[in-house]
Design a protein around this ligand. Structure first.
Ligand code: HEM
Length: 195
């Protein structure tokens, strides 16, 4: 019997395969490692992240446990970066979100949001080095699960491994993941925070 925590499920392999190019394209357009990237630009970027994550997590509803909610960390970061609660409440929110209609599509959205916590570990270190921003001064979102990052990722993979193996369900998960990357990139572009 394959061990689900070490053997990638066919669905995980399909997700990786289908979103590899989306990840590369988005990573190349994100300004984190740009020469002129400063705290003001970081704040604008986080505002745009908030505008996507807040409504999307709302839409995920019960498909995602409250312990995986990342919007609270974004709010905390924006407050640490001197936005007021009223300013945060007034931030523009993305209206063109990926559709979530069942467990299959929710899993595709979650794959992207959960996977981004892995890259967050790299970004957390880079932002500490480049901008001097840490967990309590604007980088809580980048390290939202802290030392639990690995175990949260592995437990998500277990859920992914238990997903329906029916072809339409798997196709819906993969499509939702592609849509999440695409719509996030479109939203960030519209918010004028990409390179
Ligand atoms: C400059 C920004 C980014 C960097 C440097 C980055 C870097 C990384 C790295 C190093 C990994 C692999 C971690 C590992 O295997 O342990 C990873 C995985 C992943 N990242 Fe990113 N990332 C970035 C942005 C994003 C964004 C914005 C998203 C989605 C909104 C995202 C989604 C994912 C996903 C879904 C995975 C999991 C792939 C898998 O193992 O199946 N990343 N990222």
């Amino acid at each position: 019997m394959p061990n689900p925590s070490t053997t990638p499920s066919p669905l995980l392999l399909a997700l990786r395969d289908a979103t590899r190019d989306c990840h590369k394209a988005l990573e190349a357009r994100l300004p984190f490692f740009d020469l002129g990237f400063d705290t003001a630009a970081y704040r604008r970027l986080l505002q745009a992240y908030y505008g996507f994550h807040a409504p999307l997590e709302n839409q995920l509803g019960d498909y995602q446990g409250p312990e995986r909610c990342k919007t609270a960390a974004l709010t905390r970061d924006l407050l640490a970066l001197d936005l007021t609660e009223a300013e945060i409440d007034a931030l523009p929110l993305c209206q063109a979100l990926p559709a979530i209609s069942d467990e299959a599509s929710a899993l595709g959205v979650m794959y992207v949001l959960e996977g981004s916590t892995l890259g967050g570990q790299v970004l957390k270190r880079a932002m500490a080095e480049r901008l001097g921003i840490g967990h309590d001064s604007g980088a809580a979102f980048l390290d939202v699960y802290g030392e639990m990052t690995g175990s949260y990722w592995r437990s998500f993979l277990v859920r992914l491994g238990q997903a329906s193996t029916a072809t339409p369900a798997q196709a819906a998960t993969v499509q939702a993941a592609i849509d999440t990357f695409t719509r996030f990139e479109q939203w960030l572009a519209k918010s004028k925070v990409l390179i």
